[in-house]
Design a protein around this ligand. Structure first.
Ligand SMILES: *Cc1c(COP(=O)(O)O)cnc(C)c1O
Length: 233
């Protein structure tokens, strides 16, 4: 793991370069290091390079790593699909949840957030590619969901999260991220100001930063290539 600090530095340089090219202040973009499938010790090593914000996709993996690394000051973000039967664990350990696309899940998190913890910071996942199979609220349904979630006392609605279909074409990448920014701006016009755009990964973070991302979720470029999660039968 001795190469982790230069990898993180390289990602920070990419973020800075994309921000400056877009006329943005690089300090306005947070790096969320996505450690899914990597051991807790990899996260400890990244923490040793000054990284403090980490994301996980799987509930049980987040719970286990948070317990193993309880001695570290880490901000934990849950970025996966959250099923109703797992909301209690996430309400207890996460600082942020990015993938909310249903009011029922938000309401459960609101009820289950422990009273000794600050409100849970949340982003709503939007489905901008319009594929019915993909997670995320449809753009037409976003305003109603956003207003309902913003009224929940134990949650703090911070912004929008998007996971556009991967593309190697920068024009396609830009169009997808711009669509998310436009939705954010429409909510602001509607009286709901949100400060977070969670978008951009290892392959497309430059386009995301150019289109206004305030938080990029980066796994491979920080930790290296992932092995398949389950061995093939
Ligand atoms: C895995 C994952 C990432 C990081 O992806 P990389 O391409 O490895 O940077 C970001 N966001 C979500 C939702 C993910 O599942």
């Amino acid at each position: 793991m001795s190469d982790i600090c230069p990898r993180i530095e390289a990602v920070r340089i990419r973020i800075r370069r994309a921000a400056l090219a877009a006329g943005r202040d690089p300090r306005g973009i947070a790096l969320l290091a996505v450690g899914k499938t990597f051991p807790a010790e990899a996260i400890r090593a990244a923490h040793g390079c000054g990284q403090r914000v980490f994301g996980e996709n799987y509930v049980d993996e987040l719970v286990a790593k948070a317990a193993t690394l309880a001695d570290l000051d880490i901000e934990w973000h849950f970025i996966g699909q959250l099923q109703s039967n797992k909301t209690r664990k996430i309400a207890a350990v996460a600082d942020w949840v990015h993938g909310i696309d249903r009011l029922s899940v938000a309401e459960r998190l609101d009820r289950q957030r422990p009273t000794d913890r600050p409100p849970l910071q949340v982003c709503l996942q939007v489905n901008i590619s319009g594929e019915t199979s993909k997670a995320g609220v449809a753009p037409e349904a976003l305003p109603a969901l956003a207003h309902a979630v913003s009224a929940l006392p134990r949650l703090r609605l911070r912004g929008l999260m998007a996971l556009p279909a991967p593309s190697d074409d920068p024009r396609v990448q830009h169009a997808g991220f711009a669509a998310v920014r436009i939705l954010r701006d429409a909510l602001a016009d509607d009286g709901l100001a949100l400060d977070t755009l969670s978008m951009g990964m290892s392959g497309d973070l430059d386009a995301a930063v150019a289109e206004g991302a305030t938080l990029v979720r980066v796994g491979t470029a920080v930790f290296g290539a992932r092995k398949p999660r389950l061995p093939s039968p």
